[in-house]
Each structure stands twice: as C-alpha cells, then as structure tokens.
Design a binder for this molecule. Structure first.
Ligand code: EPZ
Length: 431
C-alpha cells in the first residue's frame, strides 16, 4: 500500500491550480439521472471517489464518457492533472440499484436515491454504514422522501423506495444536512407541485448543484439560503456545467503555506466561499490577498494560535478542522477547537501527538498548545481530512515523516504530492 514520505522544514513557494470540488461533483454527476438527455461537466476532479461514482452510474445503464486534461505546473517533473470533461447520458437507465459493494466504499452514493426515485419511480440503494468520523445516519433523506409521498423501507440493508410520482411538500430537516438537502432538492425537481425545504444547507456546493439543475430546466429559488423552493416540472433537459473550485482543497493549501512559513498563489480559486477560513488565517497573522480568480498568502515568521468552532456554512467548515489542528500545533499560544458536526472527528490528534504535538481532548473539544517544532515519525491516516492534516504537519516537522494509508488522500485531493512538489516540498510516494 502506498505511503507518503515527506522531508519537512521547507517553506512553500510558487503557484498551483486548484481543482474542481469533489463535494460539488458527486451530487452533480447524480443529477444527470434526472434527464434522458446528455449532461456535460467540465473541471471534474480526477479522484478515486469520482471514479467510483462513474462506475456506479454506468452499472445503472448510464453512458459515461470521460476526457482527462493535464497541464505542467511550474517546473514540476510531471504534468499535473487538471480537470476532466465528463458527459453522462442516462437515456438508457435500466437498473435503479446502488449495490452494497460500491456504496460501502463511498457514502456519497446515497445521492443517487432522490434522482433515481424521481426519474424511475423506484430505487434500491444500499444503506451506507458508519464511517471513521461518525455514525452518519440518512434518516433525514428518508424522512423527506416519505413526506413527498414515497413508500420507503429498509430491507436486507437496502433502502427501498417507490413512488409513481413524488408530490411537492413542506420539508423540515432536524439538523442541517448537506447531502440530505441535495438529495431532496433533486427529487423535488420532477415532483408534482411545489416543495419547500426549510433548515436547508447553505453550502456553496448546494448552490452549484442548484445552478446546474436550473440550467437543466428546473425551477429552484432560494439556494444558498436556509429555505429552498422547488417548483416541480414534468421533465428536465441536457446542459453543460463547469464544477466550482474546491474550497476545502484551497483551504488545505493555504494552511500548508501558513504552517511552513511560505508564500504561494492558488489559481482557479474562489475566496468568496472561504470567508470563515480566510478570516481565521488572517488571525494567525497571515497576509491574504484575494484576486478575481486566485488567492495569494504570505505567512508570518510564527503563527498565532486561533480557536475555532465548526458549524454549517457560512460558519467554519468541519472539513478544515483537522488542517487547523496541524497549524495550531506549531503556533504561538493555545487554541480551543470545538467540533460540533461529527462526533468522532479528532482521530488525527493522536497521530499529531506522535509528531510531538501537545493536544488534550475533552469530548468534542480539543486544547492545542503550540510547540516551536515537531519531529518526523511514522503516522497513519484515518480519513480524508485527517490525512491532509498529517501532510501539513509532515511539511513542518524536522526530519522525515512517513504517512501510511494514504488511499484516503486519493479520494479527495487531485495530484496532491505533484502539486506540493511544484511548491517546493520534498515529498514522494513510496511503497
Ligand atoms: C457532507 O457530508 C460532505 N460530504 C462532508 O465532507 C462534510 O463533512 C459534511 O457535509 C458537513 O459539511 C459530501 O458533500 C459528499 P451532513 P454529509 O448530512 O452530507 C447528521 C469530506 O471530508 N445527519 O451535512 O454526509 C450527520 O450525522 C466529507 O469531504 C443525520 O443525523 O453530512 C452529521 O452529524 C466528510 N441524519 C450532521 O447531520 C441525516 O439524515 C451533518 O451531516 C443526515 C445527517
């Protein structure tokens, strides 16, 4: 199994391009199930999770075509992948089933449930199990579809849903759920009448999905707010949609530059979807300049510790918590970090402690006291964002850091070590 070997202590410098957003691409690919006409997506990140989703759609009878484009980044030895163009044609949809074998590798497969039910009147989707960061039930997805008139049951580990035609309804989710909002919004596009989703997720990925659905002929208003209205239509048509930049990938590279005392420029990035993160990075003492289509950061000699509390957008994203724990591990002062979204999202703390960090956990709160330095060691990745925090810590640590189980990284970061190498890091993949 591949590992990453990092020799730390080099301030990052230079420029790289940000990829399309994983968490926008996954629901968008599922939206193609809603129409018989071809839908084309550009700026699709070249990631394992995208590959899994395309395989899942193909086994349902969707025709998939994928073109990969690559560019040179600075004087990087090898080309850096930069976005695929994917065309999906679901006119031949003939198998409304998402099998356990595929869903178990990627929870986001649940996002086929709403579109399949709306388009085919039936769907059988394996219930995603728990994951490293929490139990992550999908009861709100099921509750919403039931309120829209579907018969939904769980049999032999599968969610089985049936509806001749979904009916518009007033939906209220007990907590803000991103994929829950996305699933119900997609289902409502072909329902009879109006659906109102209250307490909806406001994440930029939800807005990117709504924009694409509207381009396909859907009638949606209020996306980006906590009340979304969808007027159902009889059919949707084809469209072409460019996937938004990945704000979590952007935030991760900004943290890597901050932690190493570097100065970098990220092209194809959007600062508007990162206010809470940029705000906190400026509190650490970083200079950040937002350009029209790029972000520049310059780190101070030593960062100041910053406390954070995760919460739904536009508050501080849980998907950036681990990366900020890595920068607080070398900052000046003590940070209080509260995780309010997932009940088990501090797995990276014990690995950071192996690198010499001073972290104490009390329930959903971590107290991180910064140290002047970390020392390289062998550590293990437990989930996608935890692995990103170990990469950041490895870039700072003295000596070599070896990160095991990096398949987690490949699920969500396109060409990470190539991009970091383009920024001057001493990083390579080893067996
Ligand atoms: C999305 O997951 C993202 N994944 C996650 O990113 C992200 O961490 C999360 O939103 C929060 O921002 C994708 O978009 C593919 P939720 P999602 O439903 O939709 C509870 C990454 O690193 N809940 O908003 O699955 C749930 O357990 C990943 O890229 C229920 O109880 O998250 C959690 O505590 C990790 N019942 C909270 O709500 C439900 O039916 C928020 O979860 C649904 C959710």
């Amino acid at each position: 199994m591949d590992k990453l070997l990092i020799a730390g202590g080099i301030p990052l410098s230079g420029e790289v391009a940000i990829s399309g957003a994983k968490n926008a691409a996954l629901p968008l690919l599922c939206a193609a199930l809603l129409t018989k006409e071809p839908v084309t997506f550009t700026n699709v990140p070249h990631l394992n999770d995208i590959g899994t989703m395309l395989k899942l759609l193909a086994q349902m009878g969707v025709k998939v075509s994928r073109e990969t484009s690559r560019i040179c980044a600075g004087d990087a030895p090898k080309e850096v992948p930069l976005g695929d163009t994917v065309t999906l044609d679901a006119s031949g949809l003939n198998n409304a089933v998402a099998p356990y074998e595929m869903v178990k590798t990627m929870r986001a497969s649940i996002l086929v449930l709403g579109p399949l039910l709306a388009r085919a009147g039936e769907a059988r989707v394996s219930l995603p199990g728990g994951c490293a960061i929490g139990a992550r039930p999908v009861d709100q997805h099921i509750k919403g579809l039931t309120a829209m008139g579907a018969e939904v049951g769980v049999e032999q580990g599968y969610v089985h849903a049936r509806a001749t035609r979904l009916k518009g309804a007033r939906l209220f989710t007990d907590m803000v759920t991103v994929t829950g909002t996305e699933n119900l919004m997609m289902a409502a596009c072909l329902a009879q009448g109006e659906t109102v989703i209250e307490n909806a997720a406001r994440e930029p990925e939800v807005v990117d999905l709504a924009n694409c659905l509207v381009a396909m002929g859907a009638r949606i208003s209020g996306a980006g707010g906590d009340v979304i209205r969808i007027q159902g239509v009889d059919a949707l048509h084809g469209a072409t949609h460019r996937i938004m930049p990945d704000r979590i990938e952007t935030g991760t590279y900004l943290c890597a530059a901050a932690a190493t005392g570097g100065a970098i420029r990220l092209t194809g990035a959007s600062a508007t979807s990162l206010d809470a993160v940029i705000d906190k990075l400026m509190d650490t003492g970083c200079d950040i300049v937002a350009e029209r289509d790029a972000i520049r950061i310059k780190a101070p000699r030593r960062l100041a510790a910053v406390s954070i509390r995760t919460a739904p957008y536009p508050a501080f994203p849980t998907d950036m918590q681990a990366q900020f724990m890595a920068i607080n591990a070398v900052a000046d002062g003590t940070a209080v970090m509260r995780e309010t979204i997932f009940e088990n999202r501090f797995m990276h703390a014990v690995e950071l402690i192996r690198l010499g960090a001073d972290i104490k956990i009390d329930g959903n709160t971590a107290f991180v006291t910064g140290r002047p330095k970390l020392d390289g060691a062998t550590v293990m990745a437990t989930d996608l964002r935890a692995s990103a925090s170990l990469v950041i810590a490895g870039l700072v640590a003295q000596g070599e850091t070896l990160i095991e189980r990096i398949y987690h990284l490949d699920r969500g970061y396109e060409g990470l070590e190539k991009k970091l190498a383009a920024l001057g890091a001493d990083i390579r993949r080893v067996k």
